[in-house]
Design a binder for this molecule. Structure first.
Ligand code: DUC
Ligand code: ZN
Ligand code: ZN
Ligand code: ZN
Length: 483
């Protein structure tokens, strides 16, 4: 049974052209004019693009005393509904738990996925066991490891642990990732704010100024440079962090930055809404910033200093958010966005002229596939690639509302935003999951995607020297204490 997508305009990260696409066995078989097949999907007036890849989700994750509310079923349903055909979720060992043990937990959850998925491994503590298990994780095709410089006393790793882990990743040809906020400063500011009676959601923003992100980003880049490992900075939200990434890239370092669709389109005024629930629902780390920082992020995407737009989808219901009534540090951190990332970025990026269509494809899909070692199987419209495709109707509009969303939670941080640009068809390895705008998925259709280590863009820095190698002893024989 072949499927043909007819009469559309193909848009990739570098080309825009008219052609049909013939699919069989889950892969793209042929691209050309006037193709026919058993099933034909009409793409007249639409763009045919690689399905979105969201490299940053937290599905059914134990966090801050609860579990994030979207699991692999609702999360991937949300993803597909918005044109995203793959997610990379974070397997998160609790401190003390082995990496392989955490992977088992994630394998037990991900069987329900409608679309393909992979994992990043989180390094939430450091030990001989973690060191020893890392090669087995890489052998399973999990080639990226995330470190938290925030969440002191919980997930945070210190600089000695960070350096040790980064060195290990370089040996294994894997990519380092960081959540870059200075957890010590955040903890100190939070304690002071609470002592001063500042307990509401706005104090969450006060406790995490842009400098804590800028400092941690600079530190992580320098430590990655010393360890010789490529570095991916998740949820880059401000100019300070962007500036550090920009400078590192100019110096030839393999560093990537990932703004979220939330930080691009929502700002810090949300925390000053008099409605506690409204503000708490938007508490995430890093917090939303002001317009100057938003402009910096948009400019970075256009100029190429920032590489990816993700969501950090980590959904908590209003009831869960209320765990933090009276103490903002107990509001579960996280916002949703899986269903809305592509339409919001099209509306506020492509339609405003800030991004070209090709740049849209690059930052929502192709760059992710390249950075994380799965290109061109994913992120490409090419013969032999997986048929993860979206037929995008640039004129179709809707108003975002929680009552119509796939996500399990009872609100949406983009509520009321009108978006233009929505999927007409979405295919996961050739199976039509969104049909003429309606979800028609299949729980369990999703497959784990093993990723390459040492991909074409994941080499260690060219100027790298092993700082732990023996060094020349210049004044041999002179006692070190002599004056
Ligand atoms: N930030 C969030 O807001 N939620 C999940 C984890 C994170 O780093
Ligand atoms: Zn067939
Ligand atoms: Zn994070
Ligand atoms: Zn995250």
């Amino acid at each position: 049974m072949t499927t043909v997508i007819k009469n559309g305009t193909i848009v990739t990260h570098d080309l825009t052209y008219k052609a049909d696409i013939r699919i069989d066995g889950g892969k793209i078989l042929e691209i050309g004019p006037n193709l026919s097949g058993d099933t034909e999907l009409d793409a007249t007036g639409a763009y045919v693009m690689p399905g979105g890849i969201d490299p940053h989700t937290h599905l059914e994750m134990p966090f801050m005393g609860t579990y994030s509310s979207d699991d692999f079923e609702s999360g991937t349903r949300a993803a597909l509904s918005g044109g995203t055909t793959m997610v990379i979720d974070f397997a998160l060992p609790s401190p003390g738990q082995g990496l392989l043990d955490a992977l088992k937990m994630w394998d037990n959850k991900s069987g329900r996925a409608h679309c393909d998925y992979s994992y990043h491994m989180a390094v939430t503590w450091w030990s001989q066991q973690v060191f020893d298990e890392m090669p087995d994780v890489v052998a399973r095709g999990i080639t990226s490891f995330k470190h938290f410089l925030a969440y002191k006393g919980a997930l945070m790793v210190n600089d000695d642990e960070l350096f040790a882990s980064f060195q290990r990743l370089r040996e294994l040809g894997a990519i380092a990732m960081v959540h870059a906020e200075n957890g010590d400063v955040v903890a100190e500011l939070s304690a002071r704010l609470l002592a001063q009676g500042n307990t509401g959601p706005e104090a969450h923003a006060y406790s995490r100024p842009t400098q804590v992100e800028g400092e941690a980003t600079n530190r992580a880049i320098m430590i990655a440079d010393m360890a010789g490992v490529p570095l991916y900075v998740v949820h880059t939200s401000c100019e300070e962090s962007h500036e550090a990434i920009r400078r590192a890239r100019q110096a030839g370092k393999r560093v990537w930055g990932e703004p979220l669709i939330q930080h691009l389109t929502l700002d810090e005024s949300e925390y000053f809404n008099p409605d506690w629930d409204h503000a708490a629902r938007r508490v995430m780390s890093p917090p939303f910033r002001n317009k100057t920082h938003q402009d910096s992020l948009w400019n970075g995407l256009a100029s190429g200093s920032l590489s990816v737009v993700a969501t950090d989808h980590c959904a908590f219901s209003t009831e869960q958010k209320r765990y933090g009534l009276g103490d903002f540090t107990k509001i579960p951190n996280g916002t949703g966005g899986l269903e809305d990332r592509m339409p919001m970025l099209w509306t506020y990026g492509v339609r405003t002229g800030r991004l070209t269509m090709n740049e849209f494809v690059a930052v929502t899909s192709t760059n992710v596939a390249k950075i994380f070692g799965m290109y061109p199987r994913k992120g490409a419209v090419a013969v032999g690639a997986d048929a993860d495709l979206v037929v995008w109707d640039p004129e179709k509009s809707k108003t975002i509302t929680a009552s119509a969303q796939a996500s399990n939670i009872d609100y949406n941080v983009f509520e009321g935003h009108e978006v233009t640009g929505l999927p007409r068809y979405v295919l996961s390895r050739g199976r039509v999951m969104v049909n003429d705008g309606s979800f028609d998925g299949q729980e369990g259709h999703g497959r784990f995607v093993a990723r390459d280590a040492n991909g074409p863009v994941s080499q260690a820095l060219s100027a790298w020297k092993d700082l732990t190698a023996p060094r020349p002893v210049v004044r041999a024989g002179i006692p070190a204490t002599g004056v």
